[in-house]
Design a binder for this molecule. Structure first.
Ligand SMILES: C[S@@+](CC[C@H](N)C(=O)[O-])C[C@H]1O[C@@H](n2cnc3c(N)ncnc32)[C@H](O)[C@@H]1O
Length: 397
């Protein structure tokens, strides 16, 4: 009981976090119980803190090494989130957030405290497993995960694995020794029969973060660095799953344009690829280790057969973008974009122009444009002069 009002009544007024309550709620409670609004606010804040610490005590969290954002990923919006989140706060309203091209999930993590419902989507297998590991609200046994961590850290050679990983990637993306250990861990995760889906996702995501940390690359798997001797560096470390209170989370691995037709939300965050670089080809090794169906690999970079090629990276991109915008069932559409159109490198030239984006957005509502200068990731090839990051916010009519 708080101020004489049952907790359940207060919660049913509004299930949002207290910092999102309207002042009218506090006024109404204050009037009903005859205490000043400020005392009511203080007491309810204390109740929230007590509830959270109760939840913390009753849920044993994993304290792994890797947070969601400790990952190299082209086009991730981590560094821009302070700015973007301020824009969302000021220019949109709503309870549910649809992260249509969620990538690393860093946008969803950042805005998590502000919305009741988050919908994450990305068509890559590896991103999907990472979302499940960090965001999915299913229970997991912390001690079981720690037991596997210990077991995996003790592995010195392969006893279960048939050398697929070391034969394909050893001496290229990893030292032969590290590749052997990684293959063995992946095989043991596949064979373990005491894991629920959440536990398996946590172990797989931990394997992805641990191997990505030490891979002999520049941050993606389109190529590896040519070296005589790659050092043994791999250590299996755990991720730090998010502690999610009272949030509704939905996770999808679907084509954005198909999914858009089936999801309703207040805000859609649209951050598609804009150039011809295909994410499924850049992160093929992560896709391969998650799927683990061991296809024959080809080329210098040892890529699997083509899958999940994005239409956003092809010439039809403006049409596909327009189709998405017209079919999103939301109140606000927030689009990020950077003007690498003048880039000297062909593969980083934008497939959709600033004008085409505005044309699509303006056809369904009123659009505001915001911009900041931004350092692009492949500094060498790209002309940085006038390089800007844009956010468009459209209030759908
Ligand atoms: C620019 S990245 C998103 C980055 C993300 N906002 C972040 O901060 O990490 C674009 C993402 O869209 C995904 N993608 C590309 N085409 C897609 C499609 N048709 N359907 C679903 N996901 C797609 C890619 O796998 C990639 O992760």
């Amino acid at each position: 009981m708080i101020s004489g009002i049952p907790e359940s009544t207060i919660r049913s007024i509004n299930k949002r976090d207290i910092d999102k309550w309207n002042i009218e709620y506090f006024n109404a409670i204050s009037k009903a119980i005859g205490k000043s609004k400020y005392i009511v606010i203080k007491e309810i804040e204390n109740m929230e803190i007590n509830l959270k610490s109760y939840h913390n005590k009753n849920f044993e969290e994993l304290n792994g090494r890797y947070n969601l954002e400790n990952r190299r990923y082209i086009g991730n919006k981590n560094k821009l989130m302070n700015w973007i989140s301020g824009l969302l706060e000021e220019h949109t309203k709503g309870d549910s957030f649809f992260d249509v091209f969620a990538g690393t999930g860093t946008v969803s993590k950042y805005i998590l405290p502000k919305y009741n419902k988050i919908i994450l989507n990305d068509f890559l297998f590896s991103n999907n497993i990472i979302f499940k590991a960090f965001f999915e609200k299913r229970p997991y046994d912390k001690n079981k995960i720690l037991k596997y961590q210990h077991l995996f850290q003790e592995i010195k050679t392969n006893s279960e694995d048939n050398n697929y990983f070391v034969d394909n990637y050893g001496g290229k993306f990893f030292s032969n020794y590290d590749a052997k250990i990684i293959g063995e861990i992946r095989t043991q995760i596949a064979k373990a029969n005491d894991l629920n889906e959440k536990e398996r996702s946590i172990l797989l995501a931990s394997l992805i973060y641990s191997l990505d940390k030490i891979a002999n690359t520049v941050g993606h798997y389109d190529a590896y660095r040519k070296k005589e001797n790659i050092k043994d560096k791999f250590i299996f470390e755990l991720i730090n799953p998010l502690n999610i209170f009272e949030k509704e989370i939905e996770i999808y691995r679907e084509d954005s344009n198909k999914l858009a037709r089936n999801i309703s939300a207040d805000i859609a965050f649209v951050d598609p690829p804009y150039n011809s670089r295909q994410y499924s080809r850049f992160y093929h090794l992560l896709e391969n280790i998650v799927k683990w169906d061991k296809p024959i690999l080809e080329g210098i970079a040892m890529k699997p057969p083509v899958e999940n090629m994005s239409e956003y990276s092809k010439t039809k991109a403006p049409e596909i973008f327009d189709d998405l915008i017209r079919n999103l069932k939301v109140k606000y559409i927030v689009v990020t974009y950077n003007n690498t159109y003048k880039s000297k490198s062909n593969s980083s030239k934008n497939k959709i122009t600033h004008e085409q984006i505005l044309h699509s957005l303006n056809s369904i509502g009123n659009t505001q444009t915001f911009e900041i200068p931004f350092q692009f990731f492949n500094a060498g090839k790209t002309c940085l002069k006038d390089h800007k990051e844009f956010v468009f916010i459209t209030k759908v009519k």
